[in-house]
Design a protein around this ligand. Sequence first.
Ligand SMILES: Cc1cc2nc3c(=O)[nH]c(=O)nc-3n(C[C@H](O)[C@H](O)[C@H](O)COP(=O)(O)OP(=O)(O)OC[C@H]3O[C@@H](n4cnc5c(N)ncnc54)[C@H](O)[C@@H]3O)c2cc1C
Length: 383
Amino acid sequence: MMDFLPNADELRIQGLARSYARGPLAERAAAHDAGAFPTASVLGLAGFGLMGIKSPVALGGLGGTNVAYVLAIREVAQVCASTAVTMAVTNMVGDMLLQFGTAAQQERWLRPLLTGAFTAGAFALTEPSAGSDAASLGTKAVLSDDGNTYALTGTKMWITSGDVAGVILVMAKTDADAGARGISAFLVDPASAGFSVGRHEQKMGLKGSSTVSLTFDGVKVPVEDRLGPEGIGFRIAMTALDGGRCGIGAQALGIAQASLDAVLASMAARKRDDRALGTDQAAAFRIADMATRMEAAWLMVLRASALKDAGQRMSREAAMAKVFATEAAGFVTKTAMGLASAADLRTDSPIGRAYRDARVARIYEGTSEVQRIVIARELVRAS
Ligand SMILES: Cc1cc2nc3c(=O)[nH]c(=O)nc-3n(C[C@H](O)[C@H](O)[C@H](O)COP(=O)(O)OP(=O)(O)OC[C@H]3O[C@@H](n4cnc5c(N)ncnc54)[C@H](O)[C@@H]3O)c2cc1C
């Protein structure tokens, strides 16, 4: 029976994330929102094992569940969404190393990712002309005649932490004629010759998170750094996104919670005709709608995560949770702006910040339109 109550270990991991988020992270969140990359914050989280929540304790992780993971991401996002996305992508790269990597690859790449020896991990799928249609990506990986190394050539766009990562999981074509089945995954060392970081995107939100383009100009990757066999790179990417989408749903709901908390606090302090704002029915109904959508979305995120923990296919549930949670966060943060005061238009207002931070959750790890395509495809497949 699914009771939606986290177990003791999941609550312990949530508690670790909460105390770090409400302690050291809260002190730096405004600086991150002003554009400072959260190096100290992600290293602090790594110190508690939170950069590899599902990875084994022996490697520096927490050995936790997917439910623990979404609980922790929501806690961090409630305080700093930029740190949360850096944490989410690093956890996602770690999960793929855990699931598809050899013991040698885990030692070489996963351990430093978890212990903080690497600041972050990056996941490089999107390209200038391949976003939603990721299978059409054009980056090529050509195997040398002696079969020892691949040469990677191409450009990736919008890569979170691409300039600070210790390892970049890159999807590239090893067979240009095989469509999605011609894509393989590679673990790339950013110190490699031919690798360069391009433009840093200036975003409306998540300003502390780094988003860059990456160029691979004949970057040599040893065969032992290919993740899994040739041709399963797209499967690895889609597996990563199933879990990742629960994390983004949780991130969005953390942002929404921050917005709701701030608006409730600000309304109680503002009076009209001697009554606190929010006690009139028009505002009360909006508050109730915000909280109810968040609650429904959170149950969906928890359920998709619990299904993953049970080893069940959950692409449809993850896509439903992501689209509903991120759109709920859009509704909540927009409604909160409607209830806010002029002071909340200041760039350092938590309500304004949440409004700016929430929008991107409907874009990355698959747009809302793409989630709907996934949901319909899964329903048709099952019928
Ligand atoms: C801040 C940020 C961080 C990111 N981090 C990463 C990262 O770490 N790694 C990574 O690989 N990528 C990352 N991305 C890229 C992100 O995943 C893509 O932006 C996203 O997949 C959409 O691709 P696109 O921007 O090329 O839009 P497009 O695919 O060009 O889509 C444009 C619009 O058309 C719609 N659309 C597209 N196809 C269809 C269709 N078939 N039916 C209906 N509507 C459709 C889309 O929903 C969207 O509204 C990040 C993006 C942002 C903004």
